[in-house]
Every structure is written in C-alpha cells, then in structure tokens.
Design a binder for this molecule. Sequence first.
Ligand SMILES: [Zn+2]
Length: 191
Amino acid sequence: MKLSPIALGLALLPLGLSAQAQLGVHEHGHGQLNLALEQQHLVLELTAPAADIVGFEHEAATDAERAQQAAALEKIRQADALFTLTPAAACRLEKVELAGDEHDDHDHDQHDEHKHDDHDQHAHGDDHDDHDHSDVQVHYFYHCEQPQALNRIELSLFEQFPSFNRLEVQGILPSGQVAATLTPAQPQLSW
Ligand SMILES: [Zn+2]
C-alpha cells in the first residue's frame, strides 16, 4: 500500500513531537556522566543543565551575567575539583573541551525555524520558564599510567554546583559496562 504524502506526514507527526520534547526538556538538578576507558585513555563526558552550572539558561545579556557565565565555565573545567579517580591509576588530565555552547547563534537559528508545535510543547512540558533549555557539555581527557588500577570515581561536583542532585553515570571499561545513579549522599562509584 502506498501512503499519500498527507497520510505520511500525519503518521510521522507524533514521532517528531516526542523527539522534540526529549531534546527540549531536561530536568534541572539532573545530569549525565559518560565514562570510557580504552587502553590508557580515559574520557569523561559530562552533560548538565546550564541552570545548574551557570545559574541561568538564557543568553547572557549583561556584564554581570557574562562574568557569571565565564566564571562558571572556568569552574567546570577544573576537573581535579570535580572528580577523584583511583590514585593508583595515575590518571593525568590532558585536555578539557567545552561543547554544546548554549550561546551559539546557530542554536538560535535552529530554534527560529521550529514550528508553532514547539511552542505548545514548551507551554505544556516546561514547568519553570518560557525560554529554551540549554545544556553544558564538557569532555575531560585523561591519560592513565596504570589504567588497570582504575576502579573508582568519586564526585565533588555536587559540592561545587549545589543545585545538582543527581548524575546518571554510565561507564564503558575493558572489564565491561557499569551504570549508577550518583547523588550527594552517594557520590562514588566503584567497579
Ligand atoms: Zn532548563
């Protein structure tokens, strides 16, 4: 059976909407940390709502907001103050990359192209603000002298960014996969 273009459009609509909802709405206080160890290379990928890192999610509009944002993004680069790895693994931070810059003009262009549906979705699905959500994503690259000794990560992230209260951690290690939900009361993961 051939679907007419109109029928096809209607059939795809619900999927499109749910995908938008997933992309557009995160939960403040909650982030993700992906950890991957391959040979001597360890990468941590942190994704967190800008609300928890910077303190707001709109484009910095004043000097005070720009200063606040710059200070927060500098703070999130300080991996040693956020993560403690098994000392015996001798992991040394080599590079930090900040991605998902929420103040990129490209994001705004994309947003402008969104349909009215997007607005409706936000009105119903967003319980705190009428602006877009934005995330901060950071990649931390380590070189570990003794990667086989790496068996634990402890977060000081919750102390550095107090509105944070849950981090979903997923790790891919030579020995297999690990996953855990870390909180201020349970900020470490061992494997
Ligand atoms: Zn948000």
